[in-house]
Design a protein around this ligand. Structure first.
Ligand code: ADP
Ligand code: ZN
Ligand code: ZN
Length: 707
C-alpha cells in the first residue's frame, strides 16, 4: 500500500462493481502517488468498504493543480503491482462485452476475475505464482503421441493452418472433432511454444473427460481448467497460471471466455450450438459470440465445432452463391465416423397406433431386451425429471400447483415430496386431496423416476448373458446432486455395471460411451409444437446428439454382430424434422428452418433483444414496458427498430414475482445496438416515475435464446 499521507500525483479511473452503479458508468476516480498502468489491480475505498477494482486509465495531475474535484478524491488504498497488469486486449474484450450486452464495465470486469483476488495481498499472490513456476519443467515428457489423422481430419487441420477463419467444424458425432482440437493445439505449440489456447465446452460435466484427454496429450502442467464447479483456491490458481502465461491450455465453460491469456492464439468452442453458452442471469452474454469477437480482436484463430451447428453459425458459414458473397465463417465438413463406424439407424414408433396410455412400445421393450441378453447397453431419455409432472385429484380437479408460481409442483416419489422446479418450494405429499379430502390423488404424466421404475418392472423377465438380473440406473439433476455423484454414476456406465441408463438431456451430450448400441427418446413431441421458434432446432440437435451416443465403437459393434439404433416414439411420425433425422441430414433440416426463418424475418435474418420487467403485479411490469416503448419513440433511429407489445412470460409468476417482456427487433444489428445504448439511461430514470412503481428489476437481454 501507499503511505496514506502521500498526496496523489495521478488521477486514476477505476472500474468497480457496485450494485448502486450497475449498468451506469461505474468508473470512479481516485488519486495515486505513482503512475499506475491501465489494467493494474487495485484496492480502493468505497463507502466504508475496500473493494477490488481495475485501473482503466491514469492521467497525471499537474503540480499544485486545482483540477476540479481532484482534492476531494480518495487515494487508492493498495495496488497489486506484483502481478502483471491485465492486458489491453483483455480490457477491450471487457469493454466490448459491457457495451454490447448493455451492462456496466465494472460488473463484467469483476465477474471475470476469481473471487479470491479480493482477499489476498499482492505479495501473497506473487508467492502463489512462484510456487507454480517451480515443478513445471518436464511438462512435455509425459505427453502421449497424437493419433494418425484421418483424411477428413488432415484436411480440416490443413485448412485451419492455411486460412484465417473463423472456422465452423461441422463434424458428425464420433467424427473425431476433439482429436482435431488436440492436433490443432499441438501444431500451434510446436510452432509457438509460448502460445496459449482456450478450449471451451458447454457443460461442467464434460470438463473432466476433456481435461483427461488434453493432459494425456500435453502433460498435466500445461493444462488448467476454469469453471464454476471449482473451489475458490483452484480457480485462483488456474487464473493466475493463465494470466502469467504459464498455462498453455485453458479448458473451461462459458466463463473461461474472459480468462486473461496474454499470448492467446487459438480458441475452440466445442458444441457451439449449445444454449449453455448463453449466460442466463446477470450479464447475459454469449460466450460463443464473444469468442469469435475476441479471436478477431486478438488475432487468434477460432474453431466452432458441432454436429448440429446453430442456425446462426450455419448461415454465417454458407458458401458464396450468385450475388451472395457467402458468410464470414469457413465451413469444414467431417461427415464420416472414425474407424468406419456407421451412424445409428433411426426407427420411428408411431404412438398413435399403440394401445392407449402406452409408455414404452412393445417393439422398443423387445429391442432393449435383446441388447441386454447380448450384454450390450441401452440409453433411454426423457426430458422431465421427478416421478410425475403433476399430482391430481380425480374427484374435484385439484392439481399440485405451486402457491408461489404459475406452474405445477412435480411429484418426487423417492422422498414423497411435491417440489417446484422454478422456485424450489417443497412439501410432503398430502395424504388426501387438500381441497376435498379424497384419499385417491394420483400422478399424471411421467418423469425419469417413474420411467426408471417402469423399465425395471417391464424388464424383470429378461436376463443378462450370465443369467443375472437387469440393472437399470438413472442420471439426472436429482441423482447427481451430491458432489462426485455424476462421476461415479458415469464410471459405472463405462465399467459396464449398468444395462439400461435412464436420464434427461444430461446424458445425451458429449459422453464417449463405448458399449451403448441403442438409444431411445420416449416422448419428444412437446418440442414440436412449442411457442419458442428455436424449439425445433433444439430438438433436432438433442436427438442427433443422443443418436451420437450409440455405436461409437465400430470394433465393438463388429465383435457383437450388432447394429446401432436410435428409437423415437412419436405421434407425429410424418413431421419433416424426423424425415431429416432419419437420414442424419442436418443440412436439409437447416435449410428448411432457414427458409422459414427468412420468410418470417426471424434470426439469423433479424436481430433481437428483450426488455424484461419483474414486478409485484403483472400490470406494473407491463406499464413499465409500455412507458419504455413510448420513451423509445423519440430516440434517434427508432423507426428502424420494431417494438412488439408487452406480454407475460410463458411462466408468468415465479416466487411471487410477476414477469413480463417486450421483444425489440431490427434487420440491422447496428441500429438495434444504437437504440439500446440510448434507451438504457432512460430506463434507469423510468424506475422513478409512476409507471416504474412496483418494478423490482428490469433487464435487457441482447440476442436472447429464449423468447
Ligand atoms: P467427436 O468429438 O467428433 O465426437 P472424438 O474426437 O471424441 O469425436 O472421436 C471419437 C473416437 O474416435 C474417440 O474415441 C477418439 O479417440 C477416436 N479417434 C478420433 N480420431 C482418431 C484417429 N485419427 N485415429 C484413431 N482414433 C481416433
Ligand atoms: Zn379433490
Ligand atoms: Zn414455485
Amino acid at each position: 500500500g501507499f503511505p496514506a499521507t502521500t498526496p496523489g500525483a495521478w488521477r486514476v479511473e477505476v472500474a468497480l462493481h457496485t450494485p448502486a452503479h450497475a449498468a451506469l458508468d461505474d468508473r470512479l476516480s481516485y488519486t495515486a502517488p505513482a503512475a499506475l498502468p491501465p489494467g493494474t489491480l487495485v484496492r480502493v475505498p468505497l463507502g466504508r468498504r475496500e473493494v477490488l477494482g481495475v485501473v482503466w486509465d491514469a492521467v497525471p495531475l499537474e503540480a499544485g493543480s486545482s483540477e476540479q474535484g481532484a482534492v476531494a478524491l480518495k487515494l487508492v488504498a493498495a495496488a497489486l503491482d506484483d502481478l502483471p497488469p491485465l492486458g489491453s486486449a483483455w480490457r477491450e474484450l471487457v469493454a466490448f462485452a459491457a457495451r454490447y450486452y448493455q451492462r456496466s464495465l465494472g460488473e463484467i470486469a469483476l465477474a471475470a476475475l476469481p473471487p479470491q483476488l479480493r482477499d489476498l495481498s499482492g505479495v501473497q499472490l506473487a508467492r502463489r505464482l512462484k510456487r507454480r513456476r517451480t515443478g513445471s519443467e518436464d511438462a512435455a515428457a509425459t505427453a502421449a503421441p497424437a493419433a494418425d489423422a484421418t483424411p477428413e481430419q488432415a484436411e480440416a487441420l490443413r485448412r485451419i493452418e492455411a486460412e484465417a477463419g473463423p472456422f465452423l467444424l461441422f463434424g458428425s458425432t464420433g467424427s473425431g472433432k476433439t482429436e482435431v482440437y488436440l492436433q490443432a493445439v499441438g501444431r500451434l505449440l510446436a510452432r509457438a511454444p509460448d502460445a496459449q489456447a482456450l478450449v471451451m465446452v458447454p457443460e461442467i460435466n464434460l470438463t473432466p473427460q476433456l481435461e483427461a484427454r488434453f493432459r494425456a496429450r500435453f502433460g498435466s502442467e500445461a493444462v488448467v481448467s476454469l469453471h464454476s464447479g471449482m473451489t475458490n483456491p483452484q480457480r485462483l490458481a488456474s487464473w493466475l497460471a493463465a494470466h502469467a502465461g504459464q498455462a498453455r491450455i485453458v479448458l473451461g465453460t462459458r466463463m473461461a471466455v474472459f480468462a486473461s491469456m496474454p499470448t492467446l492464439q487459438l480458441i475452440v468452442v466445442d458444441e457451439e450450438h449449445d444454449p449453455s453458452y448463453k449466460q442466463q442471469e446477470g450479464a447475459r452474454y454469449s460466450a460463443r459470440d464473444l469468442a469469435v469477437w475476441r479471436g478477431r480482436n486478438e488475432g487468434a484463430k477460432v474453431i466452432l465445432g458441432s454436429a448440429t451447428p446453430s442456425l446462426e453459425s450455419w448461415h454465417q458459414s454458407r458458401p458464396a452463391e450468385g450475388d451472395d458473397p457467402g458468410g464470414r465463417y469457413v465451413r469444414l465438413a467431417m461427415p464420416s465416423r472414425v474407424g468406419a463406424g456407421a451412424l445409428p439407424a433411426v426407427r420411428l414408433v408411431d404412438m398413435a397406433l399403440q394401445p392407449p396410455k402406452t409408455v414404452l412400445s412393445a417393439g422398443l421393450l423387445d429391442a432393449i431386451g435383446q441388447r441386454i441378453a447380448r450384454g450390450e447397453q441401452s440409453m433411454v431419455f426423457l426430458n422431465r425429471r421427478g416421478y410425475a409432472p403433476v399430482l391430481a385429484c380425480g374427484d374435484c380437479g385439484w392439481k399440485s400447483e405451486c402457491p408461489h408460481c404459475s406452474a405445477y409442483r412435480v411429484f418426487h416419489k423417492i422422498d414423497r415430496t411435491l417440489r417446484c422446479h422454478h422456485c424450489g418450494f417443497a412439501e410432503r405429499v398430502p395424504r388426501a386431496c387438500p381441497a376435498c379430502g379424497n384419499p385417491d390423488i394420483a400422478p399424471v404424466g411421467r418423469g425419469t423416476e417413474q420411467l426408471e421404475e417402469h423399465l425395471a418392472e417391464l424388464l424383470a423377465p429378461v436376463h443378462r448373458p450370465d443369467g443375472s438380473p437387469v440393472r437399470v440406473a438413472r442420471i439426472d439433476a436429482d441423482s447427481t446432486r451430491k458432489q462426485g455423484a455424476l462421476e461415479s454414476q458415469l464410471a459405472a456406465v463405462h465399467a459396464g455395471d449398468v444395462d439400461v441408463l435412464v436420464g434427461t438431456q444430461m446424458i445425451a451430450k458429449g459422453h464417449d460411451f463405448r458399449r451403448i448400441t441403442l438409444v431411445a427418446a420416449v416422448n419428444p413431441d412437446g418440442a414440436l409444437f412449442s411457442s419458442d421458434f428455436r424449439a425445433p432446432e433444439r430438438l433436432f440437435s438433442l436427438l442427433m446428439q443422443s443418436a451420437g451416443r450409440a455405436g461409437r465403437d465400430a470394433a465393438y459393434l463388429a465383435a457383437q454382430g450388432a447394429t446401432a439404433e436410435m428409437w423415437i416414439q412419436t405421434s407425429h411420425r410424418d413431421h419433416p424434422l424426423f424425415a431429416a433425422l432419419r437420414r442424419h441430414d442436418y443440412p436439409a433440416f437447416a435449410q428448411g428452418e432457414l427458409t422459414e426463418r427468412r420468410a418470417a424475418a426471424m434470426p439469423p435474418f433479424a436481430y433481437q433483444a428483450l426488455l424484461r420487467a419483474d414486478a409485484k403485479t403483472q400490470e406494473a411490469a407491463q406499464a413499465f414496458l409500455n412507458a419504455a416503448s413510448v420513451a423509445a419513440d423519440a430516440l434517434e433511429g427508432a423507426d428502424r427498430v420494431t417494438r412488439y407489445p408487452a406480454v407475460p412470460l410463458a411462466i408468468q409468476r415465479v416466487a411471487n414475482v410477476e414477469r413480463a417482456q417486450m421483444l425489440v427487433e431490427s434487420d440491422s444489428r447496428a441500429a438495434l445496438q444504437r437504440l439500446l445504448a440510448q434507451w438504457q439511461p432512460l430506463l434507469h430514470g423510468l424506475r422513478r416515475t409512476p409507471e416504474g412503481k412496483g418494478v423490482i428489476r428490469w433487464l435487457i437481454d441482447v440476442d436472447p435464446q429464449q423468447i
